[in-house]
Design a protein around this ligand. Structure first.
Ligand SMILES: [Zn+2]
Length: 419
């Protein structure tokens, strides 16, 4: 299927064919679909490198509550009752919100992963899908391995190429060393991404030191877990030696500024030190229970402002850098960026693209597109979303959206009232 984006403000005509950007600045070819892109800017689709998509069902359910109470009395009891059907509609709702705010790829870690994969596949975007696992509470290593092998096989076989199988050990304090070691080995053998939470809170660091004599990243290095296939979410509480270890192993850091602030983790991620060490840093929203939105432009603004405020320095994380974090860096972390993948607007790249409406107060005047996008715009400024060369939203309309909103609300009310 071919698409002609006619007269974009920043690239002229752009011709898309077979899921890739075939030609930039070309003549106005005939195409299966012609989109008038005048007064619109073309940008790469955004990449969200840490979320739990189906947690959209918990949006606004329990806010402004101390962390342990929030988890133990509100979130975990509901999660224990989740079904495939709940997760499916929660993930559909997440994908709808992502498409409407310009996200074309995300890194997911949640229960009932196959239900999420089905939702993503149907909605037309990309995701690295992992089934979160926890085995400190008595589950045997054997069960974890069997389950993950089976899920990986199904994620590889039963879904489109837009679904990338990944492994989702929850964190070092919820997964046994045996299972972490197995995860690292299995990931190397099958060339899989690993998605894990690392050093989100100070408590995690002090508990790890007490248990192992090492800080979390040192511990993960010590057991041979770290590598360029690891996407480590949070990485807030790091010391200098841990930053050097992340850089040495090419670990990808997914920074979640909104979630970190909302859950009051007590520290701003050490962005400048991580960047100086050469670590690839991208941005995530985290789940909707701790954000509560999946809007990557909002996340980029929070990230930049939090760093400026913490450093008392206006020049930290300028708009271009924040934008690269939600496009190129995210695509590199999820491996949709190399070898003709997404994250940039070049001929041969995957056609994961957005048209931003420029006829909006937020985008006027247009001195600097990156500045307007990061500091002024929001997901609602995205007019058209294209993923893998398929138009998923045009003129802010996603086919079938009312049904998704209705069903997601229905399963949520049912879940909350379920015995
Ligand atoms: Zn998380």
């Amino acid at each position: 299927m071919s698409i002609l984006l006619k007269s974009t403000e920043n690239y002229g005509n752009v011709y898309i064919d077979g899921g890739v950007i075939a030609e930039i600045g070309c003549a106005a070819y005939d195409a299966d679909t012609v989109i008038d892109a005048s007064n619109k800017a073309l940008v790469p689709g955004f990449v969200n490198t840490h979320t739990h998509a189906a947690m959209t069902l918990f949006r606004g359910y329990a806010d402004d509550i101390p962390l342990q109470t929030w988890l133990q009395e509100h979130i975990w009891p509901l999660e224990a009752k989740l079904t495939d059907e709940d997760v499916y509609w929660g993930a559909k709702l997440a994908c709808l919100e992502m498409i409407r705010s310009g996200t074309t790829a995300f890194n997911d870690m949640y229960w009932h992963a196959l239900a999420s994969a089905r939702a993503v596949d149907e909605m037309g975007i990309r995701a690295a899908v992992s089934n979160v696992f926890i085995d400190i509470a008595g589950e045997s290593d054997d069960a974890v391995q069997k389950e993950n092998k089976k899920l990986t096989e199904r994620l590889m076989k039963d879904y489109s190429d837009r679904i990338t199988p990944a492994l989702g050990p929850h964190a070092i304090y919820t997964v046994s060393e045996e299972s972490l070691l197995w995860t690292a080995e299995f990931a190397r053998e099958k060339d899989l991404l690993i998605h894990i939470h690392v050093s989100e809170t100070e408590q995690e660091v002090s508990d790890c030191i007490e248990r192992t004599g090492m800080r979390p990243v040192e511990y993960l290095d010590h057991i041979g877990f770290l590598g360029p296939n690891v996407v480590a979410a949070h990485c807030v509480w790091l010391d200098d030696s841990e930053i050097a270890l992340l850089a040495r192993h090419g670990v990808k850091v997914a920074h979640n500024p909104v979630s970190n602030m909302k859950l009051a983790v007590g520290m701003t991620m050490r962005y400048t030190a991580l960047r100086a060490a050469g670590v690839c840093i991208s941005l995530g929203t985290d789940g909707c229970a701790s954000n509560n939105s999946l809007d990557m432009l909002e996340t980029a603004k929070f990230a930049s402002l939090a760093q400026k405020a913490a450093a008392n320095e206006q020049t930290v994380m300028p708009a271009d850098e924040a934008l690269a974090m939600i496009t190129r860096n995210g695509a590199d972390a999820l491996r949709t960026g190399s070898g003709g993948g997404s994250g940039s607007i070049t001929e041969g790249s995957a056609a994961d693209l957005l048209l931003i409406d420029l006829l909006l107060p937020e985008m006027t005047p247009l001195h600097n597109l990156s500045s307007n996008l990061v500091y002024s715009a929001h997901g609602g400024c995205v007019d058209t979303t294209i993923c893998d060369g398929v138009v998923l939203m045009q003129n802010r309309v996603v086919p079938g959206e009312v049904e998704i909103l209705r069903r997601a609300s229905e399963v949520t009310y049912d879940l909350v009232n379920r015995e």
